[in-house]
Structure formats: C-alpha cells, structure tokens
Design a protein around this ligand. Sequence first.
Ligand code: AHM
Ligand code: MG
Length: 335
Amino acid sequence: MNNIVTLDEFIIKRQKDFQYSSGELTGLLRDIGVAAKIVNREVNRAGLVNILGEFGSENASGEKVQKLDVYANEKMIECLQNSGECCGIVSEENENIIVFPKMEGKDSKYMVVLDPLDGSSNIDVNVSVGTIFGIYRRKTKYDTPLTVEDFLQKGSDLVAAGYVSFGTSTILVYTTGKGVNGFTLDPSIGEFCLSHRDIMIPDKGNYYSVNQGYYLKFDVEMRRYIDHCSDLNLRLRYIGSMVSDIHRILFQGGIYLYPKTRKYINGKLRLLYECNPMSFIVEQAGGKAIDGNLERILDKEVTSIHERSSIIIGSPLMVDEMVEFVSRYTNDFMS
Ligand code: AHM
Ligand code: MG
C-alpha cells in the first residue's frame, strides 16, 4: 500500500478544519494547484518552445515583461476565472484590478492577489523562479461591484497564501492559517504530493540573503547589520527570486532582507502580493517578518495595490537579533 497524499486529497481533508466551510476555498485552492501545474509545464519547456525572452512591453511598475510572465499571468487568470470561486484579482502584471463577471447562481467571495512569475530576470538563464498567491475574503456585499478598496486589506486578513517554487523540483507550499505544508510535483503522475508536513522554520540558521551589490545604497544601520552578518560568518546566498531565497530560509534557517535603497525609498517588493503572502507563510511556520521601520509586515495598512515595502523576514531569533542590533546602533548613534 502506498501512502502518497496528493494536494487535492490533502486540501479536501483539511476542509473540515473550517467550521461552516462550504468547499469554496477548497475549490479555489485546488484550481490554483491546477494553474501551478500548467505554468510548471511551460516553465519546464520554455527553452524548447521559443517562449523565452522579453515580451517587449513594460508592466504596471515600469519593468520589462518576459514572455513567460505574460503566459503565467494569463493561465492564472484563466484558471481563477473558470473556478467560479474568485470574484477578482490583483496581479503584478496588471495595473488595475481584474473583476470577474458573476457566475450564474454563485456568490464568489474570494479575491486573489498574485505575482504570477517572481524573479523573472532568472528565466533566460535557467535559474529558479516562483509564483506567489494570497487569498482574501471580500468584506463588502457580494452582490455589489468589486472595487479597488476591497483589496486594500492588511496581511493579517489573509485567509490563505502560498507559493510555488520552480526549482530543481517544483514545490507548492501553502497555509490556510493552520500550519504550513509543502507538496512536490511528481512529474510521472502529474500530481503535487505531500512531501513536507507541518513545516517549521529553524529558530536560527547560517544564511543571510540580501542584494549586497546595493550595500552603499542602504542606510548606515543596515550596512552595519550586514557587516555584522559577515562577522558572524553567516553564508550569503542571493538567487534574486524572493520565492527561492525565502524557500531556502524556510527550510534551513536564516534571514532575508530587501531594505529600502536610494532608488527604492520604500523598498522594492510589493506589499500586497509579495511581502504579505510570504510573511503569512513564514509566520505560520514560526518565523517573523517586519519592515525597515521594524513594524510587523502583516499589520501594515495597504494604501494602494502596487505599493512597495522593505522587508526583513526569516528565523525568529535572527529577526529579533536584527531588531536589537539596529535599535542599539540607532540609540548609540543618537547619543
Ligand atoms: P519580479 O517579481 O518582477 O520578478 O521582481 C521581484 C524580485 C524578487 O523576487 C527578488 O527578490 C527581487 O526582485 C530582486 O531584485 P534585485 O535584482 O533588485 O535584487
Ligand atoms: Mg516578484
């Protein structure tokens, strides 16, 4: 007898964790799993189908869009719309919210925020990329038009969040606020299979992850903290895909930082669909996530859908130590 648990089986079993659940979130999560498989197929054969390279346009944040970004975005939107459980989405690739037409006899109450392909500069060189998603429940009446304000919820309001890491294998990690579980795609059967049950981040680890190339563009206390990491002989790892960098830290322990820089005065990463979902997952695994002002990411007000934030996230003792280090440095500096 085999003891393989597929993502679908697991999601259905977990439905009973939610009182009065009607299966809508379960359905939505399963549809995201299907979308992840479709995107995975394309990521894997990207080099073969001449889909690599830039699309020739810019996204809502003024960055070059890769063909695969466009494909991943289209597929995610298609799957979410067909699912019927989602009333609208915010995607990194679309400037405005996308509102799905109401399906006959359905009151879709969930909204999805997503970064369809994170770390897209890695695509052309065969390095890991990822997908990030977060699920919110809308707070306004389901029969009124969905507006941008509906999406401006704090990270602490997330109902579920997850990511897919397209690396040496493809892993989907998600949480519905009751622990974190990981599923590895078995290409021979085309199913995500439970491979990492109840993931807990190590209290501390040997890695720090930051774009050290921007060292001189960081504030002085951040530069001193990075020197401190180096003094501690921590190992520097930076893939340039938040999903992949945080995935390492989730399993092996460490700290990931994307502080504000002179160019990105509020940080670069997007609060709604990058920082919040990843912070929810890491907190659920016992970790911590704050911004450069030492405020908990999940408590931050979201004022616009493509808003950016600085982020420091990872093993709890290391985030605590970073806060202590920076506070001490600031106090010494002021006195
Ligand atoms: P993307 O979602 O447009 O691909 O950009 C986000 C990515 C993160 O995944 C990654 O951590 C960061 O940008 C890398 O930025 P930088 O090249 O400035 O270090
Ligand atoms: Mg991204």
